[in-house]
Design a binder for this molecule. Sequence first.
Ligand code: NAD
Length: 502
Amino acid sequence: MVTAMVRQDNAGVEAAQLIREMGLAMPDTGPALTSPIDGSVMPGIGFTSLAGVSAAIEQSVTTFNKWRSVPPPIRGELVRRLGIELRAHKDALGRLVTIEMGKPISEGLGEVQEMIDICDFAVGLSRQLHGLTIASERPSHHMREMWHPLGPVGIISAFNFPVAVWAWNAALALICGDSIIWKPSEKTPLTAYTAHALLERVISDFEQAPRHLSQLLIGGRDIGEALVADTRVPLISATGSTAMGRAVGMRVAERFGRSLLELGGNAATIVGPSADLDLAVRAITFGAAGTTGQRCTTMRRLIVHDSIYDTLLDRLKRAFASLPIGDPRDPAMLIGPLVDERAAHAMDRALDRARADGGVISGGGQLDGLYVRPAIVEMLSQTAIVREETFAPILYVLCYSDLSDAIATLRDVPQGLSSSIITTDLREAETFLSATGSDCGIANVNMGTSGAEIGGAFGGEKETGGGRESGSDAWRAYMRRQTQNVNYGQDLPLAQGVVFDV
Ligand code: NAD
């Protein structure tokens, strides 16, 4: 039996050492926080008051009024320096992510690398915030489209990517000329405090950057709600559960604000009869069990062709059973703990429901503390529990014989974030990528469903919220568009030939 291997040194003490190592002050004390690794106590962090939220927004408005006039390439220079700061502290911040959230150390470091990557991307973009010129039907007229800074941007983030998602938003918003206000997850305030303090250090050394350009609000749902309701914040970019997004989206729409929603997923992979099974086993195991099933893009459903079902399932069960589970600071461990006791209960409840629906379970079950064994559940059909996102390492497996049925199953869930197909058949791959194929924001071939690069736009359809962040043209969400018409002649021709002579 696999047991969770946990090192004896105290994760909470190491967290405090890492903050000091980065040359940062310890946060003001607040409610006790514990590491999911070993339950040890980490430095607490004080909550923001509701009055503090309003004051931060006021400062953010004042700051925005200055920052919007700084030329974009100079704004890019600030973000370039943030990238340098992150490179210098990649190891320490990556370890802190691991200690606070519980993901394996290579993923903690990968998360900081993602922050560095988006900084680099944003620096280049700061010289390319381009609009359009459009042919005018009126003589001696120019028509063009310009992009202007939008205002203070509210960023609400989830626990599972405690700093990278903030960086996606912050790097783009800053080069776009916006001030930023961050409400991180109440489960991961320490990494938020640290990443924000690194940015503040860069801001304080950068003459053109006004004070309070970036604000941090620590607290729970009430703090998020106050930010979301405030008309001084034109854009709320919120990452988290669909329940959160439903509340946030409606509240922001009510005040005619703009929201960018990155919500829950329920990713599926189809494995065709021609699939390379060695590649499939690796892609599926990382996709479903990596990050202990706590990615929005985690592979939760596997739809396997009946001709290879038994062979693939046998190999997957063996791969899952061999996964090293334990202290995620140890590079040999591939599976760390779940984030908290609630997550472990949610996994148990989901497995009970799947069993009641006739599911046959391999693996699962809690080891020491918050460590669980990833589970494979063979299902006869896509029942209600399979259509829900349970934020834990459970892979539901279904069998198909016809590709169109497999695609219909893949689409038949409320979420639409990520998907993939594993096949060496070109026709199958292209059908999957066509308009009648996957309905998700991300569609991959011969790989899993998680591990996106920052260069592409990231996000999904349906209950995933429709937002797009990170690469491609996602920057446009952080700016306002203006159509400009200039008459450089002496006449005043009207569009559509309208005559109005006075
Ligand atoms: P969560 O919804 O519990 O919390 C996310 C954030 O929203 C937290 O900061 C929380 O305090 C805040 N919040 C909750 N209710 C709010 C409200 N009514 N108003 C304002 N703020 C509110 O999510 P979680 O458990 O931290 O993260 C896991 C979820 O996030 C999963 O569903 C996962 O799929 C999703 N997620 C999605 C993406 C994506 O890009 N699509 C990325 C990461 C995580």
